[in-house]
Ligand binder design. Structure first.
Ligand code: HEC
Ligand code: HEC
Length: 193
């Protein structure tokens, strides 16, 4: 009886270890499908594609679900997100959160950084705390993100297709900013590590 019981325990331990391995394997395998654009393990090397490595899992999960439902505006991610089940999204959320955030590297222009910082304080800092480094389930980190991606997002955010309620407030902050002001903001955030 004792033997059977310990046998059972061992068997169930093995089974759960196998399940964990399978989940891990599938998460990193799944993430390979993202690597062509978002880089290996989410460390995007392309200026117009966001870094995913280190994104909080709740933000990742929520964002993928919102791409899926069309609630968050996207050029391509809506179609991609619809190809994944909730369980697969959960597995990838954990996987990407465990990867180390590698801040974008690019040339720094002190004048643009100073201009961006001023605008940030005036228009954006009440939500994007910590010079854009703060993140929670509804708010992505923007410090150290690629400048081109930030700029594209900001431009899209002021268009009429971009209608999710939460960033309506952000839309207001972005409206009326000139092209060079937006570029300075993107430059400022990208330069934060
Ligand atoms: C063909 C290129 C491409 C592929 C492949 C791709 N993405 Fe994306 N991803 C983008 C672009 C471009 C954006 C910006 C939103 C948009 O316009 O669609 C983005 C945005 C995102 C964001 C939002 C990041 C943020 O900071 O808010 C997440 C999360 C994301 N992608 C996850 C994934 C995952 C997970 C996969 C793989 C299953 C994947 N992407 C595959 C191009 C791609
Ligand atoms: C009222 C709060 C609020 C204000 C003010 C605000 N934002 Fe945001 N911002 C958000 C939220 C919330 C998101 C996430 C949107 C989403 O998930 O769809 C966001 C997302 C972003 C993103 C996209 C990041 C990514 O990884 O996809 C950029 C870029 C950005 N904000 C820049 C700015 C700039 C620049 C300003 C000031 C001009 C600003 N925001 C003002 C709340 C705000």
């Amino acid at each position: 009886m004792k033997q059977t019981l310990s046998g059972l325990i061992v068997a169930s331990m093995l089974a759960s270890a196998l399940t964990v391995n399978a989940a891990e394997r599938s998460a990193s395998l799944l993430s390979n499908a993202c690597a062509g654009c978002h880089g290996t393990a989410g460390a995007s090397a392309g200026d117009s594609i966001p870094i995913l490595a280190g994104l909080p899992s709740e933000y990742f999960r929520r964002t993928m679900q919102r791409f899926k439902s069309g609630e968050r505006y996207s050029t391509i991610m809506g179609r991609i997100a619809r190809g994944y089940s909730d369980a697969e999204i959960d597995a990838m959320a954990t996987f990407f959160e465990e990867q180390e955030w590698l801040a974008a590297s690019h040339k720094r222009d002190p004048k643009m950084i100073a201009k961006g910082k001023k605008l940030h304080k005036k228009k954006c800092a009440r939500c994007h705390l910590g010079d854009g480094g703060y993140t929670e389930y509804r708010l992505p980190r923007i410090a150290g993100q690629w400048a081109d991606y930030l700029l594209i997002y900001m431009k899209n955010a002021t268009t009429s297709e971009f209608k999710q309620p939460q960033p309506q407030l952000m839309k207001k902050s972005l409206e009326g900013l000139t092209e060079s002001e937006l570029a300075a903001l993107a430059h400022f955030y990208a330069a934060q590590q």
